[in-house]
Design a binder for this molecule. Structure first.
Ligand code: FAD
Length: 438
């Protein structure tokens, strides 16, 4: 291997932990900065919510996690882990295949303990500035603020890997008339329990996994729940098996008397608008003089969603892709970054990487996709994984992983209310067992 590199990893969630392990295994010197008091990122439940329920007040105290007490994983535990480190069932925990969130936190803690990662982490330490020193590519100052300390810490690293996640800074729906709409607004980031919505008429904007789960939880106490989706095929439709959940096609406009009008011609007087509209990539600490920007939720330019060509390989991002299995994405991206930092894999030169990024943007444009979809991998996840695998020399992922994720998607579309509990464990145990026989 090449020389050991001194690397700052920012964040101790799934991405930061796996990256730290890979860097350490390769003999690099690693410091992980984590602003929270414990590891786990999204999976560290925090009962607090932010002072501004829609998250637009820049002075609010940031609460990292959006978890709510009853949240269960939307994928089976067999794919919510690393290929070399499975997610077992434990006697004292939730043994279900789609467990409640505490199990994932337990799994991540176990991973950190087994690879002695905790000693690498500086807890309660928020990175507030990352900037190149004297425009040198491999000299970065990381400025951090440790809770309880009255001065900022500064340290120079050769490389910085950004693993801060992207489910904390709310993105809001653009709704005509919303400035004058008098009801209560909240983003799913600040949802914890359904009780505050007792007896209310709630309009949820967005039809992602959070909206699916929260609408069902809230409907148990609310008078009515109306879910608005971008899907143009949806017309007013009451959900089967639910007395008080309706689907609609997009909110067209809201009015000063609380009326919410949908594009399918229907309307309701609502008490609450609930934004289930996802999150923004947000790197307030990163100062690159305009080299890396976030425009319409596209972080760029990034070669293969990881390296900014002009700063590679000394600055990288892990975990940016969406609509992809996060554990496998993180696994492959981290291995690639570490191979590159160790000198085992060479990147193309800056110009070639930029050409690749521009070609990618061009392809998106040709398909009529807006910029904000830049990091959505679906349906090209397999192609991306294969490419990373070739770079890192990793063997292909077992076929059952792909099949399991596909089946999960089919089941959840067919019967969202039951897909987690009707999962055929013995069938899948058999498939996995057969695949592991040499
Ligand atoms: P995170 O988990 O967000 O970790 C980032 C870490 O960086 C945090 O610990 C944070 O404190 C730290 N940090 C941020 N800024 C700084 C800073 N300036 N200085 C120091 N530290 C900083 N995925 C699934 O596969 N299955 C699921 O069922 C699933 N459910 C989800 C449910 C919800 C409600 C949400 C929000 C996400 C869910 N996800 C799910 C996706 C989830 O984001 C990923 O599984 C994964 O946790 C992402 O890991 P990460 O390390 O990239 O980011």
């Amino acid at each position: 291997m090449g020389q050991a590199v001194k690397v700052a990893v920012i964040g101790a969630g799934v991405a930061g932990l796996y990256t730290a392990r890979e860097l350490q295994r390769e003999g690099h010197q690693v410091v992980v900065f984590e602003r929270n008091h414990r590891l786990g990122g999204v999976w560290l439940y925090d009962p607090r919510t932010e002072s501004d329920p829609i998250g637009i007040d820049p002075t609010r105290e940031i609460i990292h996690s959006s978890l709510y007490p009853n949240m269960r994983t939307n994928l089976p535990r067999q794919v919510m882990c690393f290929t070399d480190y499975p997610f077992p069932r434990r006697e004292t925990g939730d043994p279900r295949t789609f467990p409640v969130h505490e199990e994932v936190l337990w799994f991540l803690n176990k991973f950190a303990e087994d690879f002695e990662l905790t000693e690498l982490i500086r807890f309660n330490t928020e990175v507030v500035r990352v900037e190149r020193v004297d425009k040198k590519k491999d000299k970065w100052v990381v400025e951090s603020n440790t809770r309880g300390s009255d001065s900022l810490g500064q340290e120079v690293f050769q490389a910085v890997v950004i693993c801060v996640g992207h489910c904390t800074e709310p993105r809001l729906a653009e709704v005509p008339g919303i400035e004058k709409w008098p009801g209560y607004q909240i983003h799913s980031h600040n949802y914890r329990v359904p009780e505050p919505f007792q007896g209310q008429v709630v309009v949820m904007i967005g039809l992602g996994p959070s909206s699916f789960d929260m609408s069902r939880e809230i409907a148990k106490v609310a008078k009515e729940v109306h879910v608005a989706t971008r899907n143009p095929d949806v017309r007013v439709l009451k959900l089967e098996n639910h007395d008080n959940i309706w689907l609609h096609y997009m909110v067209e406009r809201v009015h000063g008397d609380r009326l919410v009008a949908f594009k399918d011609g229907s309307s309701v007087y609502a008490d609450v608008i609930f934004h289930c509209t996802g999150y923004k990539y947000h790197y307030p600490f990163l100062e690159t003089n305009g080299i890396v920007t976030v425009v319409d939720n596209c972080v760029g330019p990034l070669y293969k969603h990881v390296f900014p060509p002009a700063l590679a390989p000394w600055l990288s991002f892990i975990g940016i892709p969406q609509k992809a299995v996060i554990f496998q994405t993180v696994e492959l991206q981290s291995k690639w970054v570490v191979c590159v930092l160790s000198g085992k894999v060479l990147l193309p030169d800056e110009k070639e990487m930029m050409t690749d990024v521009e070609r990618y943007y061009q392809k998106m444009g040709d398909r009529g996709l807006p910029k904000r979809y830049t990091h959505h991998l679906y349906p090209n996840e397999a192609e991306y994984f294969d490419w990373l695998r070739e770079q890192t020399g990793m063997p292909p992922f077992e076929e059952w992983r792909k099949q399991m994720v596909a089946e999960c998607l089919i089941n959840s579309r067919a019967n969202y209310d039951k897909y987690r509990d009707e999962w055929n464990d013995s069938y899948w145990d058999g498939i996995i067992k057969a695949a592991s026989v040499p």
